[in-house]
Ligand binder design. Structure first.
Ligand SMILES: [Zn+2]
Length: 352
């Protein structure tokens, strides 16, 4: 029976040499290792052998089985390599095919405007100060000198956040970037309460108002706030800074105009117009025939606001301004509808 095993192994190994694809290997496995193979017949007969022959035959039969399985694995692996090499050799590489274009994203038009604004103010020495989107009523209104029954505080104008808060100080989504003024001044003045350092910052960010969404009003929009506080700051510093900004933003020859206005947190307050860059001041549909475009609001920081920020209004003065990147972008690109900006319509965004 040992000779028989020897012959089974020899036959199997020489047959294995001939197999040259995966299918042939499978039929070889069935023939030599399968249920009705001669090798399995040997295992079946073990029980009928004389007791003293059984261990040697059994051991040998197991060796043969393991050896055949090992050789089968080796051959399978070898064939895989051969097939892979054959596939690589027959595959043609056409180096004249044009490359596949990489699809590049692009910057949102508001991001482009914001970056230009940052750059201009950076050149004038303003740092970017980021403040929070979720504010308390105290920071969003009270500390900014909003009278208790100011219309902007009405429920329809603000997104309030539900929860357990102090009765007169609920949380809300900021309706403007101005609460950042208080946060920044308090942070600066906390460093040295006796002699707070000067402030020169811009505060960009998203603002939220519970408003009817129309072509001219969105419930979310960006704002860039500016704040300069120091011991010798005057209204002419404000005029100089903003006139210079307008020139750098809209063109060297653009003229600026300051109109008296009202904001609770500045006194005096002004609106700033630039000469219409579409018609050069002649009057056109973009400037509604006035020759001027309203660009931003500004003013000298109200003494109460300075006080709330930790700056003594008998020593310090400051100016603040706020501009709307959506408005500027709409004017520059002649965009008629503010809803395009946050509608995520790729046909709109692709144009920038
Ligand atoms: Zn015009």
């Amino acid at each position: 029976m040992l000779e028989q095993l020897e012959k089974i192994e020899q036959d199997a190994l020489s047959a294995l040499e001939m197999m040259d694809d995966q299918e042939a290997l499978e039929s070889w496995r069935v023939a030599y290792l399968g249920r009705s193979s001669p090798l399995m017949a040997v295992f079946d007969q073990l029980g009928q052998l004389p007791k003293d022959e059984r261990p040697a035959i059994g051991r040998r039969a197991n060796q043969v089985k393991q050896s055949l399985e090992l050789k089968l694995d080796e051959k399978t692996e070898k064939l895989k390599q051969v097939e892979l090499r054959r596939a690589l050799e027959t595959e043609r590489l056409d180096i004249t095919l044009p490359g596949r274009a990489v699809s590049l994203g692009r910057l949102h038009p508001i991001t482009k405007t914001l970056r230009k604004v940052y750059q201009i103010f950076a050149e004038m020495g303003f740092q970017v100060y980021l403040s929070r989107d979720v504010e308390t009523d105290e920071y969003n209104f009270q500390l900014l000198n909003f009278p208790p029954h100011h219309p902007a505080r009405e429920m329809q104008d603000s997104f309030y956040i539900e929860g357990e808060f102090e009765e007169d100080n609920p949380l809300l989504l900021r309706t403007h970037t101005s609460p950042g003024q208080i946060r920044a001044m308090r942070e600066y003045s906390a460093a040295n309460p006796q002699d707070p350092p000067p402030v020169r910052i811009i505060l960009p960010g998203m603002c939220y108002r519970h408003e009817q969404v129309t072509a001219r009003a969105e419930s979310q929009f960006t704002q860039v706030e500016g704040l300069a506080v120091g011991k010798t700051i005057t209204f002419s510093d404000l005029k100089g800074t903003l006139s210079d900004f307008n020139k750098r933003m809209f063109g060297e020859n653009v003229r600026s105009r300051f109109r008296a206005s009202y904001f609770p947190f500045t006194e005096p307050s002004a609106e700033v117009d630039i000469e219409c860059f579409v018609c050069g001041g002649e009057g056109c549909p973009v400037c509604k025939r006035t020759g001027w475009l309203e660009i931003l609001g500004c003013g000298m920081v109200h003494p109460i606001v300075l006080q709330n920020g930790g700056y003594d209004p008998s020593i310090y003065t400051g100016f603040a301004f706020g501009l709307g990147p959506e408005r500027i972008t709409m004017l520059c690109y002649r965009i008629e509808d503010i809803r395009y900006f946050w509608a995520n319509d790729i046909r709109f965004l692709e144009q920038f």
